[in-house]
Ligand binder design. Structure first.
Ligand code: ATP
Length: 360
């Protein structure tokens, strides 16, 4: 089997423009068979454009799209057999759940005898056994979206694409359905392409995340890659929270900030002395040292500038003398410490916790 045989979708130098406006800059991307790939990015970054190019709703301005090795660049949507789940469910309101799910089988000429078993199996998989006679308005938002998903899996498309499918649901229902969609993906093994602008949803669900901005891909990688190894400032800011610090590389590998701090960086980073770099330190990687704790040398000392306590976690702003203000998140402050604005604190981080943003 060649590497190419493992791809369900291949985009080769694909672009899309509307008049002078480039909704998708020239992009190449492969999606493996059975993979759960999420397109993540802010509004207007090109996620839906990419999805519409794959589904055939839009035709590409340039480039080539392959589905399972076959060139579909100019194939009409119905020939692509790609399943779509939409944010607004797009169910037929006068039909029951059963008839909505049966519809794609009927238009494909599947024998009646087979339809019933397949529809009931799809409804069971999405937890809707017993709801087949209800019409959409007799179902909750979450249940309607389950019908939307059942209508998609029932005819076994080669890819299932979901465009913000949980966008209209409340937080609890979103989280429950994230788990259900993950389980469904594991069970049926189909390739999923999922669109969201919610970074936690993307981190939780995906094998890989394709982070988009301004009609292009900023970073493509596993959730771990994007969280722990962002390649640039956009990725570092978009995923999780971050402290971003700039400075000039010194002989020996440390980074000197404008305000005179010398930060030791991971030994694996080979920085060019004299060159400016931007580094990132996640707020949860900074520890507050207990007063008088001698065993561990402090990395810096500062003054508390803000405190926000949300039960499970405390978020602190710490102002370093003449230096940057750092954000810090902790689930465990040294016992007995009730930090208040103005308190002096000693901080500790490890050089390995800095991520150098090489693409900045
Ligand atoms: P959202 O999260 O808001 O849905 P998105 O990342 O899906 O955003 P797209 O819908 O792909 O973004 O849009 C990317 C850009 O292309 C936007 O600036 C949008 O206005 C533009 N665009 C999309 N479709 C068209 C169209 N049919 N005609 C003109 N411009 C379009």
């Amino acid at each position: 089997m060649t590497e190419r045989d493992q791809y369900m979708i291949e985009l080769q130098d694909v672009s899309k423009h509307f008049g002078q406006f480039h909704a998708l800059r020239t992009t190449s991307l492969t999606v493996r068979k059975g993979e759960f790939l999420t397109l993540l990015g802010p509004s207007g970054s090109g996620k839906s454009t990419l999805l519409n190019l794959i589904s055939g709703a839009y035709s590409a301005s340039s480039g080539k799209i392959l589905l399972n090795g076959a060139d579909i660049t100019n194939a009409p949507p119905r020939k692509r057999e790609i399943g779509m789940v939409f944010q607004n469910y797009a169910l037929m309101p006068h039909m029951t759940a059963y008839d909505n799910v049966a519809y794609p089988l009927k238009i494909r000429g599947v024998p009646r005898s087979e339809i019933r078993a397949r529809v009931m199996d799809a409804l069971r998989r999405v937890g809707l056994a017993g709801f087949e006679h209800r019409k959409p308005k007799q179902l909750s938002g979450g249940q309607q979206q389950r019908v939307g998903i059942a209508r998609c899996i029932v005819y076994s498309p080669s890819i299932i694409m979901m465009d913000e499918p949980l966008g209209a649901l409340d937080k609890n229902m979103r989280e429950q359905m994230q788990d259900e969609i993950k389980t469904l993906h594991r069970e049926i093994g189909t390739t999923f392409i999922y669109v969201t602008h919610d970074q936690e949803e993307a981190l939780n669900m995906s094998d890989r995340i394709c982070l988009m901005n301004n009609g292009g891909i900023e970073q493509l990688g596993t959730p771990d890659d994007l969280y722990f190894r962002p390649v640039n400032e956009f990725a570092a800011r978009f995923i999780g929270e971050s402290n971003l610090i700039t400075g000039r590389a010194q002989e020996g590998g440390a980074l000197r900030t404008e305000s005179g701090y010398s930060l030791a960086l991971p030994a694996s980073e080979k920085l060019v002395p004299g060159k400016d770099y931007q580094v990132m330190l996640r707020p949860e990687r900074i520890r507050v040292l207990a007063p008088g704790q001698q065993a561990v040398p402090a990395s810096a000392s500062g003054q508390v500038s803000s405190v926000s306590f949300i039960g499970s976690m405390t978020t602190l702003g710490i102002r370093l003398p003449e230096g940057p203000e750092l954000k810090l998140k902790t689930t465990s402050l040294p016992s007995g410490s009730r930090l208040q604005i103005g308190d002096a604190v000693a901080l500790r981080w490890e050089s390995e916790d800095f991520v150098v943003l090489h693409d900045a």
